[in-house]
Design a protein around this ligand. Structure first.
Ligand code: UN1
Length: 535
């Protein structure tokens, strides 16, 4: 049944909204009941209700995407790019409002939320112009009157599933290049941020995207819609699947894609190291570590986990770092936009974060800061605004952490960091490479030799010199190694290989059957026969 929605944009004015799936360009209800999207900032605040989609909704969305593929893939790439350009303009016009909705839904600070919208705008800018490139190659043939060329061809329907921590930027990394390349999409937005997802698709439609090119199915995760959405891989709904989330779910998706001969893009966990050497600008390193570890309350794939400090500067660094942690403003990002970080995004994240306190104790690490959740009775001067109605965690700093500990090896989404002390550069590098993950990394030093070695020998997809582990730019390849994924990369020109297949075309104008390899003479017939021995 089709219902006219109230205005979801009202979410930025604090109203509760009724949201819909968007299938074939229409706002539709789901087959099952509804899910509630509650604000991470204040869980009493109902941001919206959205469909909890079932098997039939997923089937409908996949059908719409499959039917839209023919027309959209035949639309010239520069025209597809122009749609994306207009979508970028709409995001630009709505930037502040979209950012407010991100803050309200998932509790990211306004500054970071604005950055997230900008990342989606940057993605639109990049791929708008890619519509006028999407280059193939012309290749010389070994036979006369024959032309060889390569074309990027779209793959088909893309299933898209991403995490709740970048509910606009990361889906845009997937959806924008997917549609620029001529694919169509079925997207299951995060149930923690359905409103921003809804508005993003509305922006695409306002920009002129034809019906069915991007479809959404909202709902719960593994227990509900997520299960049906993933079952679509075995049902043949998708020719491509792109996922950002946990390594465990990524493995499952990889297996399903493998048996269906689909190449997935998998951006999974991280346990990102930062090395601080004694010659570093320690104040700069403290700022970088603080932002990397506690920005977005540590709920980023690229968050800093293991802070590996050379023993020669360990005491001084620790002193400065703990001072900075103690001075950090934390709290309600809606009433106090300048806080360093806000709440945990959902109950599951909060529970996993609480469980890590016990993990650290079992490991025998020492807790230098944190270990609790802020509440009215325990709040101190650094806590701002009402924190009773969300899950606001104290910043955790562990000391004496070594690679043998679970704390060092296990990805923990939340505001926590491990202080580790090493004796020399080689040990720092070994520890930085000492987890199964390999997403992001950072080193603070001025020493050219260490910079060169770290850059070459670190097993991470992304490396920063004298900067934070986070903050990837929208036109650089994003992705990692090891348990971080399957080698896929997002963003920039690199992502094109994950949403297209190369087609090799040979065009023979000779008028007769020419056989490559068999008839090619390579000049043998004309070769002279010099008697080299006589010269
Ligand atoms: C993520 O954590 O899933 O580099 C993405 C960064 C952001 C994107 C992070 N631009 O931290």
């Amino acid at each position: 049944m089709y219902l006219k929605p109230n205005s979801p944009a009202a979410a930025d004015a604090g109203k509760s909204v009724i949201g819909f799936n968007i299938i074939n360009g229409r706002e539709v209800e789901g087959d099952l009941s509804m899910i509630e999207s509650r604000s991470a900032v204040d869980r009493r605040d109902l941001v919206g209700v959205f469909p909890d989609s079932g098997e039939k909704d997923v089937a409908r969305a996949a059908k719409a995407a499959a039917e839209a593929f023919r027309g959209w893939s035949a639309t010239p790439a520069p025209v597809r790019g122009a749609v994306i350009q207009r979508a970028g303009h709409i995001l630009q016009q709505q930037k502040e409002r979209f950012a407010r909705i991100i803050t309200r839904e998932i509790g990211k600070t306004p500054r970071e939320a604005l950055g997230e919208v900008q990342e989606a705008i940057d993605t639109c800018s990049f791929f708008a112009s890619e519509g006028r490139r999407l280059y193939g190659q012309t290749v010389p043939s070994e036979l006369p009157h024959k032309s060889l060329a390569t074309y990027r061809r779209p793959v088909g329907v893309c299933g898209i599933l991403a995490a709740n921590n970048f509910p606009l930027a990361v889906p845009s990394w997937k959806i924008i290049p997917a549609i620029l390349c001529g694919n169509t999409v079925v997207w299951k937005p995060s149930d923690d941020a359905p409103t921003i997802a809804y508005l993003f698709v509305r922006a695409l439609m306002d920009a002129g995207l034809p019906p069915g090119v991007v479809n959404t199915v909202n709902g719960r995760g593994r227990a509900g819609c997520g299960k049906h959405f993933l079952a679509g891989i075995d049902k043949g709904y998708y020719q491509k699947f792109s996922f950002t989330g946990s390594t465990a779910v990524g493995r499952m998706i990889g297996e399903a894609c493998g048996r269906n001969l689909i190449i997935p893009s998998l951006e999974l966990g991280g346990k990102n190291p930062m090395v601080v050497m004694p010659d570093a600008d320690l104040d700069l390193a403290v700022q970088g570590a603080l932002w990397s570890a506690f920005g977005t309350a540590g709920q980023r794939c690229t968050s800093l986990a293991n802070l590996i400090v050379h023993e020669a500067c360990a005491a001084e660094f620790k002193g400065k770092f703990l001072e900075a942690v103690a001075a950090m403003a934390i709290g309600n990002p809606m009433s106090h936009p300048d806080v360093a970080y806000g709440p945990m995004i959902n109950v599951r994240f909060a529970e996993a974060f609480r469980a890590h306190w016990e993990m650290g104790r079992k490991d025998g690490a020492t807790l230098l800061s944190g270990g609790g959740q802020w509440s009215e009775p325990n709040r101190d001067g650094r806590v701002h605004g009402v924190v009773e109605h969300g899950m606001y965690m104290q910043p955790c700093v562990w000391e004496g952490v070594t690679p043998a500990m679970d704390l060092f090896q296990t990805e923990i989404f939340g505001p926590t960091v491990n202080l580790c002390t090493v004796k020399h550069f080689d040990e720092a590098l070994a520890w930085a490479n000492g987890t199964p993950y390999g997403l992001s990394s950072s080193i603070y030093t001025e020493n050219r030799h260490w910079i060169a070695r770290f850059t070459r020998e670190i097993k991470a997809g992304m490396t920063s010199i004298n900067n934070s582990t986070t903050g990837a730019e929208a036109h650089m390849p994003f992705g990692g190694n090891g348990w971080t994924g399957n080698g896929s990369r997002e963003s920039g020109m690199w992502v094109l290989d994950w949403y297209t297949r190369w087609q090799a075309v040979n065009d023979d104008a000779s008028g007769h059957l020419q056989l490559a390899q068999i008839e090619t003479d390579y000049g043998h017939a004309r070769a002279k026969k010099t008697d080299w021995a006589s010269l």
